[in-house]
Design a protein around this ligand. Sequence first.
Ligand SMILES: *[C@@H]1O[C@H](CO)[C@@H](O)[C@H](O)[C@H]1NC(C)=O
Ligand SMILES: *[C@@H]1O[C@H](CO)[C@@H](O)[C@H](O)[C@H]1NC(C)=O
Length: 345
Amino acid sequence: MFSSFATKVTLALILGAANALPGSNAVPKLDTRTTAQHGYINVVAATLWTDSSKPRAIDEPALTHPVQLEKWLSSMNVSDYRDLTSNSRTQTQALYGARVEILNYESGWYEVAVPGQATPKNKLGYPGWVPASQVSLDQHYGKLQSSKPFATIDKAATVSLYRDSSLKSKLMEITYDTRLPVLKEKGSVIEVAVPDSGSAYLSAHDASIYKSASEIPYPTSLDLISTAKLFLGLPYLWGGMSGYAFDCSGFTHTLYHSHGISIARDADAQADFTGHGTRVEQADLQPADLMFYASNLSDPSTIYHVAMYIGEGEMVEAYDAGTPVRITPARFGDEFWGGERFLAH
Ligand SMILES: *[C@@H]1O[C@H](CO)[C@@H](O)[C@H](O)[C@H]1NC(C)=O
Ligand SMILES: *[C@@H]1O[C@H](CO)[C@@H](O)[C@H](O)[C@H]1NC(C)=O
């Protein structure tokens, strides 16, 4: 995704602070000592919109609680998907239970920033607007999230979360890379905390438990490639970052993030902004290196696409609207900007 909304961010921070003043249209329970308050995503994946005017009639299933992502994705044709990009409607997604910083409130919508999705647009995290019904203010959940180990979904694109410890009554689907605080482990069942609903249950086969992200085992290139293969065939969605659909950089961000390595959210920022990748020339590419494409090779801000090299002259990518996530011959044409390595080999 392109970084064309940098100016909006400063404004939003100012508005966020203004909203904290008495007598203004304040966020419910806003902590006036800070410009931001924590909220927690309470749907499988909340889509962040550029602003509240951007959703179309066809996007209604993406705005509800519970959200109906499969219905939304299957109702759109290729022009509807493409229009999300060309009219800059969607920005990114945040997964169930994820903490967001609330920056602003306006007529049933929160402007939030998603920590961990690094971007030059806002130092707090990736910014965008979400329906307020998709954000919980459950601060008890927040305390558990900051103090308990977490269970992370790392075996499949989507898995079931249950209401009961016998794993019979399904609460909802959750997606790959969702992280929920662990309350208890018993046999092959993990009890997790969820926003607004107390607790829920996962099969231990679907998740791994870590005390912190730094405990996640350092991956090999093969680990990253096996993870990528879980998502082959998923739809391309501008702003998509869940086990239902991805955009190019949401895909590469998620592959690395789930293995404990943080890279920026957008393609240009992944190449240029985080500073911890190493530039790799074509001849030196190794599996799991990221490959970037730019319309002007001398100007990193024109980078518009990222894919992951998987070896043997092939790459895996979420390419564009209408093209499912795929393995394809690595492209080294005019617009190949170069590679970046985030793994220490
Ligand atoms: C795609 O669906 C929209 C409605 O969502 C419709 O207006 C449009 O004509 C359709 N386009 C194509 C190419 O089928
Ligand atoms: C490409 O980027 C460079 C560096 O910013 C700039 O000097 C040059 O004019 C750009 N070329 C085109 C064709 O825009």
